[in-house]
Each structure stands twice: as C-alpha cells, then as structure tokens.
Unconditional design. Structure first.
Length: 148
C-alpha cells in the first residue's frame, strides 16, 4: 500500500478543499456607512464570490480527488498522470483567483472587496494535491527522471 500515500494526500486535500469552499471566509465585501448607518461587511464563500473560474477549479479538484481515491482503493496506476494534470489545472485556476481577486473591483468611494484567508488556504491545498499526485506518479516508476 506504499503507492497509495500520494493518492491519500490528493484525496484528503480535495475533501478539505471541498468542505472549506462552503465556509464564508473566501472574500469580504465592505460597504461604507452613510451618516448614521454603520458600515456593513459581508463574507462570501468560494462558490459565490469568484464566479465560473473558481467553480471550475473546485470541480476539477473534486474530480481529481475522486480519481485518486479510486486509484488508491484499486491499486491502479493508470490514472496517476491524469490525476496530476487535473491537480495542476485546479492549482493554476486557484492561483489565477489569488491574482485576480473576487468578482468586482475596489471603488474609491469606500466600497471594497478583499480576498479572504481561505482563498490562500485553498491555493495551498491545491498545491498539496499537486505535490501528492506528482509523488504518486513518481512512486509508480513511470515519471520522467531528471538528470543532474
């Protein structure tokens, strides 16, 4: 069961990413107070704050996690490069969201949209999934060897 270690990292990372995607700490929207009305802050989850790119990244990570789980249970190694590609795609999409930020833009009138702490946590989980899938691929003996 040595080969399943890399796949286990992918599965755990994917489950953690999916569960945290519903927690409303992925983005913060601020509306300034108007006179006697206090400023308001709204926290959003990954599904509502970032749009289609984030939803696609989360879906790709979920598929990668499912394929890694199937590979770990069956002991099959044929899906390992596919899992690596899916994890790398999910990581790239989440990094794009870190760079791009939530939907909308900051307004000089006091309205603001900030990246939440879970956006960075999600990108780190996607990076861990990518590393785990690379580790699993390397354990199969089919990964290209780097000379140096």
């Amino acid at each position: 069961m040595q080969r399943a270690r890399g796949h286990l990292v992918v599965v755990v990372g994917g489950v953690a990413l999916l569960l945290t995607s519903f927690v409303p700490l992925w983005a913060t929207y601020r509306v300034p107070g108007l006179g006697l009305v206090a400023p308001e802050t709204s926290h959003q989850n990954a599904w509502t704050a970032y749009g289609l790119t984030m939803q696609l990244g989360l879906a790709v990570a979920l598929v990668a996690s499912l394929l890694a789980g199937i590979s770990a249970l069956t002991g099959s190694t044929e899906r390992t490069p596919v899992v690596l590609g899916l994890c790398a795609t999910a990581f790239a999409l989440l990094i794009w969201q870190v760079v791009r930020g939530p939907q909308g833009s900051s307004d000089p009138g006091g309205y603001g949209i900030d990246r939440g702490v879970l956006l960075f946590t999600g990108a780190a989980l996607a990076a861990a999934m990518t590393y785990g899938s690379y580790f699993a691929w390397k354990e199969t003996g089919r990964a290209p060897r780097v000379r140096g």
